[in-house]
Design a protein around this ligand. Sequence first.
Ligand code: NAD
Ligand code: DAU
Length: 351
Amino acid sequence: MKKTILITGGAGFIGSHVIRRFVTRYPEYSIVNLDLLTYAGNLENLKDVDHLPNYHFVKGDIRDAAFVESLFETYQFDGVLHLAAESHVDRSITNPLEFIQTNILGTAVLLNSARKFWKDSPEGKRFYHISTDEVYGSLGEEGYFTEETAYDPRSPYSASKASSDHLVRAYFHTYHLPVVLSNCSNNYGPNHFPEKLIPLSINNIKNNKPIPIYGKGENVRDWLYVEDHASAIDLIFHQGKEGETYNIGGNNEWTNIALIKKLCEVMDTALGRPAGTSEQLITYVKDRAGHDLRYAIDSSKLQRELGWTPSVQFEQGIVKTVDWYLKNEDWLNNVLSGEYEKYYSDQYEKR
Ligand code: NAD
Ligand code: DAU
């Protein structure tokens, strides 16, 4: 069936994988990528698909209500997949207002346009909000986040995402806007911006720079290969039940230190270095403020109700990821620009 779909944040890490999946699997859809191209947005992520006739890029800001409304007017969207956000926890600690503006106000602007344009014909429409497991707070050594876990965000980033989730549900209950939501665990894979733990460490190992581990490295994250997140998003967009939330996770918990040791092993092999070489770069640094101890997702609802399972095992995914970064030096060099150097020096060298 023909559809015109707005994907926000499509030039970012996860958004670019979602765009690739949609423009190639659904030639009958017209896909509009709305992205402001902040430091995290990079059109190079899409260079293999940007020639396709069903792909359109629009540079713009989700906070700009008049602009977003004019896009809805022009394209008459049938669906929205909303990924645009400020996404890095450390940046939210330094600059919370930017996160509040983009993640809360930006989401409200999109919801409001969808409400206005869909109010007389909500049939077949869908507003899909892509969110994070961080809204649930921090776990102890046991237990999992389910869709019923009470929200307890603890960083400006997670509080802004929690707030946007609440707004999406409020528009469902108040205005019957046809929404669906998902909350996913940590993604990894190609095109991940090198401010995040895995790509930052790959880049530092490659350049023989210290690998900064916050605190004691005992914090736990549940890692999912980014294409598996994109496959879950595809399924939820098409088959998720209106008004429902689905948790997405890799069932793949690692302490940061164990993860980095594994990465060092993979990098030593890939770079032809003697085993144990890269591990020597591990450096413990001052902990992140309010650092959540553990995230772990129970994704059984998504598996049971929609039949989703992750397809990439971590052992495979981490090798594929390292391989991609080593083969795409130009991509990496292009994003390690002036802005990145300043960020790196403020975040790590002045700690
Ligand atoms: P990212 O930072 O790589 O990309 C964000 C994109 O949004 C960029 O292309 C950026 O240019 C764009 N953007 C930012 N502000 C904008 C604005 N005002 N208007 C238009 N575009 C704007 O983020 P990501 O890691 O790909 O995350 C995408 C989404 O998935 C986010 O909503 C994030 O909260 C969520 N999420 C991420 C993860 C993860 O592990 N990375 C896990 C779960 C959920
Ligand atoms: O859980 C989902 C979330 O995962 C997403 O919503 C966020 O957008 C995404 O950025 C990610 O958040 P994290 O804070 O978990 O990811 P990050 O890669 O920043 O950090 C992973 C872990 O590694 C975390 O415990 C902090 C630690 N860390 C991070 C960096 C950047 C370090 O020890 N050293 C570092 O230099």
